[in-house]
Ligand binder design. Structure first.
Ligand SMILES: Cc1cc2nc3c(=O)[nH]c(=O)nc-3n(C[C@H](O)[C@H](O)[C@H](O)COP(=O)(O)OP(=O)(O)OC[C@H]3O[C@@H](n4cnc5c(N)ncnc54)[C@H](O)[C@@H]3O)c2cc1C
Ligand SMILES: *[C@@H]1O[C@H](CO)[C@@H](O)[C@H](O)[C@H]1NC(C)=O
Ligand SMILES: *[C@@H]1O[C@H](CO)[C@@H](O)[C@H](O)[C@H]1NC(C)=O
Length: 493
């Protein structure tokens, strides 16, 4: 019996070996000389396969480090010929559960195709050319060093392009829209290996879909991206105040934030970003509330800080940060806590119009219950980015579906890797937290695609209007009928 199993295992292992060997042999002559094919067990493979979340495990029989668009085309053509699935990898932060349905495939590791330059301009400002595998922090640092500014993900370690393909939230979205609103054109390698330009002028149907549901249609090797001159004081960075409050202040804090959100002319300069986190040294029985105020400009007008000061925070830390420094405050710089790879994670995002202090109170109570030994590093993310420009752009102009909201909230449950018991508990807590956040809210769930966990419906991540998902299905039929790009919030044709 044992021998039979062993023989079967060897046969299986050999089959996989042969497949990757056959693939490598076919592919190698078509690759640039600096491209590499990594086999499991090698350092190159381990680096490329490493995920931010240990709960996300796409299965690779080999990973190709590409250095040019033609390499991406060659990998796709060779993999298609041998019927092997493939998956792009940039920052490795994607967490949706459908990534775990990717098995025995080829990773297309884009980090060898990463650079940013400035080239030309539009009437709005300079244009950055960003290659497919660039990280968010790399693009921000370069553009800033050239005296320009841009909207980019608020986390230095994620890919730059992949957040943009789902919209892309970042510090300056109030002024310039979400990331996808700044996409001028993209080079995309499609499922049949063809490389096309996608813009308002070329393949404009796909230009619509790429800006919100872009992971579904191809691999983006390069984008022309709108960046902006830094013209005024307000473009040079943010005055910030980080408040630490005890939990009893919750209702008062978020009532203040609701006044900001509801103001008839909401200041584009103002972003707030709050976190519930258990810090037993400060409060052994309840989470504390960290409340960050970002003001684009040299100092926060006192009308925004006085009411918070009056609540009696435990601590206030006020510093000025430039755009590259903005992620440091949330621990999302490249060496920060949020960028650390390897723990298990579960998220359950909701888009909201305003804060519901009763619901937040319920959620805070759930965080107080979390077992400190297993889930103690978990936080509740309560993001109130400015939205002025996001709201101003017409909702049918791109596939990004959730413009009307003011708030992005999600539990970020964190636990020891590969611990099924904790993972199950985290998921159960995550679902409870999401349900609590939605209590008494109107309308269907809207879940930001890049935070979504994979349990959501197509409408919940891509928009509830029936024409929207239908339009995406039609595009899927046209550009990826066989569903080769179906491992990240897949649209079902
Ligand atoms: C710590 C952290 C901070 C975050 N901060 C933000 C934030 O500030 N704003 C925000 O909007 N989102 C944020 N996110 C969510 C983020 O948008 C997604 O996690 C995103 O998928 C990460 O992209 P990646 O390249 O790092 O991950 P990957 O897992 O490498 O890629 C994600 C998906 O995109 C595909 N992909 C990668 N590169 C390309 C490409 N060039 N062309 C086509 N497909 C590609 C991959 O195949 C995969 O399916 C954050 C996530 C984490 C974990
Ligand atoms: C929803 O809110 C009501 C109060 O309006 C409360 O009684 C109920 O317990 C809440 N339910 C959940 C799941 O939080
Ligand atoms: C590849 O697919 C696109 C989109 O479906 C199509 O327009 C193009 O003709 C195809 N190219 C080849 C070489 O088949």
């Amino acid at each position: 019996m044992k021998l039979v199993i062993l023989a079967t295992l060897i046969a299986l292992a050999t089959a996989v070996d042969t497949k990757i060997q056959k693939f490598s042999a076919q592919l190698r002559p078509h690759l640039n000389k600096d491209a590499e094919i990594y086999l499991p067990g090698t350092d190159g493979y381990n680096t490329a396969a490493q995920r931010w979340s240990a709960s996300t495990n796409p299965g690779f029989i080999g990973i190709v480090k590409v250095v040019a668009e033609e390499d991406v085309q060659s990998v796709i053509k060779a993999a298609n010929a041998l019927k092997i699935p493939y998956l792009a990898i940039t920052g490795g932060h994607g967490t949706t559960s459908s990534l775990n349905t990717f098995k025995d495939g080829i990773g297309i590791y884009l980090r060898g195709l990463a650079s940013t330059t400035l080239s030309g301009s539009t009437e709005k400002g300079p244009v950055a050319v960003v290659k497919g595998g660039s990280l968010s922090g790399e693009v921000i640092d370069y553009v800033w060093s050239q005296g320009k500014t841009l909207v980019a993900g608020a986390c230095a370690c994620t890919g730059f392009i992949s957040p943009m393909l789902g919209g892309g939230h970042g510090w300056l979205q109030g002024q310039y829209g979400v990331m996808s609103d700044n996409l001028i054109s993209a080079r995309v390698v499609l499922a049949n290996g063809s490389a096309i330009t996608v813009s308002n002028a070329e393949n404009s149907d796909l230009y619509w879909g790429l800006r919100g549901a872009g992971h579904n249609f191809g691999i983006v090797t390069s984008v022309n991206y709108q960046v902006y001159d830094r013209k005024s004081e307000a473009d040079n960075g943010f005055a910030t105040a980080t408040y630490i409050f005890t939990q009893d202040k919750l209702e008062l804090i978020f009532s203040i934030a609701n006044e900001w959100i509801g103001a008839p002319s909401r200041p584009v300069e103002l972003t707030h970003y709050a976190v519930f986190v258990n810090v037993p040294e400060i409060d052994p029985t309840h989470p504390i509330i960290q409340f960050l105020v970002y003001w684009q400009g040299s100092s926060i007008p006192s009308q925004y800080t006085d009411p918070l000061n009056a609540l009696g925070p435990i601590n206030v830390n006020r510093i000025f940060v430039d755009l590259p420094g903005a992620s440091v405050l949330t621990g999302a710089d490249i060496n920060g806590q949020a960028c650390m790879k390897g723990a298990g994670h579960f998220q359950a995002p909701v888009d909201l119009l305003k804060w519901d202090t009763q619901n937040l109170r319920t959620v805070l109570g759930i965080y107080a219950e979390l077992p400190s030994a297993g889930l103690g590093d978990s936080i509740m993310m309560l993001e109130g980015f400015a939205v002025n420009r996001v709201h101003a752009i017409s909702e049918d102009s791109t596939a990004f579906p959730s413009r009307e909201y003011n708030i992005l909230a999600s539990p970020l449950l964190t636990f020891a890797p590969h611990n099924e018991l904790l993972e199950n508990r985290a998921q159960a807590y995550g679902k409870r937290i999401r349900a609590a956040m939605l209590n008494n809210t109107e309308g269907p769930l809207s879940a930001y695609v890049n935070y979504a966990n994979g349990e959501e419906t197509q409408e919940e991540v891509y928009g509830s209007e029936s024409w929207r998902v239908q339009r995406l299905r039609d595009l899927k039929k046209k550009y990826d009928a066989e569903g080769k790009f179906s491992y990240y919030q897949p649209i079902k044709a």
